[in-house]
Write a protein that binds this ligand. Structure first.
Ligand SMILES: *Cc1c(COP(=O)(O)O)cnc(C)c1O
Length: 371
């Protein structure tokens, strides 16, 4: 019997479901003649900020740039320390170094796989300026504890929400807790463009102003640089696509969670570690990540049986060639290092059918019986 291949993510499915609308939106921008920072971007910035529950949105060129612009807007630079995690996309740590600051790494909690607030005290120094928690895989980090620590020690909080568009805690969306929140619209993210994109959100007018200055050459008025800035603008085409996609996000996140609950019910009691879906917390289910001692063999087995998987991420940042042996905190990240050997991301996207989830689970349970 021939079965179809199940990819780990499939961003073109959404395009095909709404092809006419996307094409019309593109034509509208192309015919309008304004291609950078125009109406579509303005509409998107306001709508996305409202969706998350803050007042201001500043759209930029990528999630990495969102982090850089956020750090620069806070005046964080040479000699300043920013506490973050090693169990994340390289962008989180890279951005801190790209503004000249020093990343200080702490370990993650084994259940949420996000920054462990109990480890913040030991990582704190006189140079600490900010905390940069990551809501990894769509799982909210423990923002209550992180915000309390930040308040006690007068630190800024920048949330890396690149994988958590729409995740919430007690009805409040991630991205509305910290001083600034950074989002990526990379095509496979829960809210993804057909290209690169990102945004920084904030509820503070002064910071919003600063973000806008940093985004475009320090311009308040065109051609007059008030501060040294950069160029990281979102284009109108991507903003037009994002305006359409934002309208689909709530329903798509709900579909992701239904898929996740199906995985969880099928895998309950098996040898596989599964994501926690805590009471009162809405996981954005960007990635459905299981844990197993036999990760590489399992990945091979699934691949041979037509199921795509991925590893987010195979090598923690502090063990990658560019960073090896030189990042603060690198010597005490046992949970991070253990996760990197055991994690596997299963197929997860809103259009994934329950039949396909069942096929993946059948294979997982078969593998478990034979290993
Ligand atoms: C995707 C991602 C980024 C970077 O976003 P880009 O748009 O690819 O630059 C940053 N942090 C995390 C956690 C991410 O997953």
């Amino acid at each position: 019997m021939k079965t179809h291949f199940i990819p780990v993510a499939d961003p073109s499915r959404q395009y095909f479901d709404y092809a006419e609308a996307f094409q019309a939106a593109a034509a509208h921008v192309l015919e309008g003649g304004r291609y950078i920072l125009g109406r579509e971007v303005n509409v998107f910035e306001a709508a996305f900020a409202r969706y998350i529950g803050v007042r201001y949105g500043v759209a930029v060129n990528s999630g990495t740039d969102a982090l850089i612009v956020a750090l620069k807007a806070l005046g964080i630079g040479a000699g300043d320390e920013v506490i973050t995690v090693s169990h994340t996309a390289v962008a989180t740590v890279a951005a801190i170094e790209l503004v000249g600051a020093v990343p200080v790494l702490v370990d993650v909690q084994p259940d949420t796989r996000c920054l462990d607030p109990d480890l913040l005290s030991a990582a704190l120094s006189e140079r600490t300026k900010a905390l940069l928690p990551v809501h990894l895989y769509g799982q909210p980090a423990d923002m209550a504890a992180i915000m309390a620590f930040a308040k006690d020690h007068h630190l800024w909080v920048i949330e890396d929400c690149a994988q958590a568009h729409g995740a919430s805690v007690a009805g409040r969306k991630v991205g509305s807790f910290g001083d600034l929140a950074c989002f990526s619209f990379y095509p496979t993210k829960n809210l993804g463009a057909f290209g690169d994109g990102g945004a920084v959100l904030t509820d503070r007018p002064k910071l919003a102003e600063q973000l806008r200055l940093v985004r475009e050459y320090g311009w308040h008025e065109r051609y007059i640089s008030e501060i040294p800035g950069m160029n990281t603008r979102l284009d109108e085409l991507q903003a037009a696509f994002l305006n359409l996609k934002l309208g689909l996000l709530t329903e798509e996140n709900q579909k992701r969670r239904e898929i996740a609950y199906h995985y969880l019910s099928r895998l309950e009691g098996s040898q596989f570690g599964t994501p926690v879906m805590a009471e009162g917390t809405e996981h954005a289910m960007h990635l459905f990540v299981i844990e197993t001692d036999h990760r590489d063999k399992l990945q091979e087995y699934l691949s041979q049986n037509g199921v795509g998987t991925a590893i987010h991420y195979p090598v923690p940042i502090h063990l990658q060639p560019a960073y090896l042996g030189r990042l603060r905190g690198s010597d005490s990240l046992p949970v991070t290092e253990r996760l990197a050997k055991r994690i596997l991301s299963l197929p997860m996207y809103p259009q994934l059918s329950i039949e396909d989830v069942d096929r993946v689970c059948d294979l997982l349970l078969q593998f478990a019986r034979s290993s």
